[in-house]
Design a protein around this ligand. Structure first.
Ligand code: C5P
Length: 411
């Protein structure tokens, strides 16, 4: 997939820049040509000499470099490639890109390009969580940039844990491959293999965590395996996928834009920001309730034996909100129903109440091992009736669901 591709690799200034060296190696192993562009910041962390040696290419660093401008020029650098990959992408670089600022070579190339851009962010968790960064990510996503990561983990420099660690080189390579499997199809025969080509699909997955106080939260046993498998299958079928995920340990699927959230309210906001779409699939096990009171401090056990009362308030229903929305509702809206009893009756009532088109109903009684497990037995409930599917792996359920969606959209 990457063989013979020209990839402009923009390295910006963060400690994760050291991983760019391994990334160059991995891309080259797969037959890609890697043309490096380094920002000033990147050169504080790794040297152009190391980058040039590994890539066996000239390393571009300056916008106003007469020799480089005579050689290729930033416009040609922006155009003569199959992909621009930014790894690591700092908060600053993303902010500039979102606002069309072009004050160095990397940002000028990004402003001048009409090629696909894959972004692998890396930053301190607080910087990633900052609303300014979130706004920039949203803008860039709407502009068609594709994100891989960041991941949850410990930061190299501060030891702080949270979302912000750059994805591993091999995950970035997989994301680039998935992007090419979508971008390179121009002839209709090839598109037949990608039945969701040109479609945008929004998927929710995983549980939500609802804080009780700064250290405790309400959660559920959802692993995100089924929702993530659907996102991966939809991306393989050529769709542009936005996956809005609660806290999970399963890896980000390749070639998918992943938006990570914690609470139901954040998930609703992210879904609304990701729409419009051709299809929305709400596979997340959203907490129905959250704590009614915000506690800034940890609730203490005072030794008196008195037990605190936890009062709850209802969370917004994301599926129902979108189902009843006059403009945001996609043409095909799919919900899930995880039940321990009266599976079909409950699914049918959800179909009507939440105004979904299909409900994927599954029995999550503990003896079935569906929650957190690898298999699933589902029934598809729609206005047309109930379709029983045999027990399958979650990946197979995902593939079959994606095929059914493609049939529906292409009918
Ligand atoms: O009512 P119940 O939680 O069983 O409904 C399941 C369906 O509704 C799933 O598709 C789930 O993602 C969605 N849901 C939601 N927001 C909620 C609760 C459920 O989108 N607050």
């Amino acid at each position: 997939m990457l063989n013979g591709k020209r990839i402009v690799l923009i390295i910006s200034g963060g400690i994760a820049a050291y991983k760019a060296l391994d990334l160059i190696r991995r891309l080259k192993e797969r037959g890609a040509r890697v043309i490096p562009v380094m920002t000033r910041g990147a050169q504080q962390f790794i040297t152009p000499l190391a980058v040039g040696s590994l890539s066996a290419e000239k390393v571009y660093t300056e916008l106003f470099d007469r020799e480089a401008e005579q050689d290729v020029g930033h416009i040609r650098l922006a155009r003569d490639n199959d992909l621009i990959l930014i790894a690591p992408a700092t908060a600053d670089l993303m902010a500039k890109m979102a606002h069309g600022i072009a004050d160095d070579l990397a940002t000028a190339v990004l402003l001048a390009t009409d090629k696909p851009v894959l972004v692998a962010p890396a930053m301190n968790p607080k910087m990633w969580a900052n609303p300014a960064t979130a706004r920039n990510v949203e803008t860039l996503t709407q502009d068609g940039k594709v994100f891989i990561g960041p991941e949850r983990g410990e930061m190299a420099e501060s030891g702080e844990a949270g979302l912000g660690r750059m994805s591993e080189p091999l995950e970035i390579v997989a994301a680039a491959e998935a992007l090419f499997s979508r971008e390179t199809v121009s002839d209709p025969a090839a598109k037949a293999d990608l039945p969701l080509y040109g479609k945008h699909i929004v998927i929710t997955s995983g549980p939500t965590h609802e804080p009780i106080d700064p250290v405790r939260y309400i959660a559920n046993r959802s692993s995100g395996k089924q929702g993530h498998a659907i996102a991966a299958a939809a991306a393989r079928a050529g769709a542009k996928v936005t996956l809005i995920s609660g806290p999970v340990t399963v890896p980000d699927p390749a070639g998918v834009t992943v938006v990570k959230v914690e609470t139901a309210r954040q998930m609703l906001e992210a879904v609304q920001a990701a729409l419009p779409a051709d299809v929305a699939i709400m596979a997340a096990a959203v907490a129905d309730w959250r704590a009614a009171t915000d506690f800034d401090q940890k609730i203490k056990k005072d030794g008196s034996g008195k037990v605190p009362a936890l009062s709850l308030t209802e969370n917004p229903d994301i599926l129902a909100t979108i189902g009843h929305h006059a403009t945001l509702r996609p043409g095909l809206l799919i919900g899930f129903a995880a039940e321990t009893q009266n599976l079909i009756a409950n699914a049918q009532s959800k179909l009507a109440r939440k105004k979904a088109d299909w409900i994927v109903a599954n029995d999550v009684s503990p003896e079935g091992g569906v929650m957190g497990g690898d298999n699933n037995t589902v029934r598809i409930v729609s206005a047309k009736g109930v379709e029983d599917w045999p027990q399958m792996g979650k990946d197979d359920v995902a593939a079959r669901l994606v095929a059914r969606i493609a049939d529906f959209l292409n009918a």
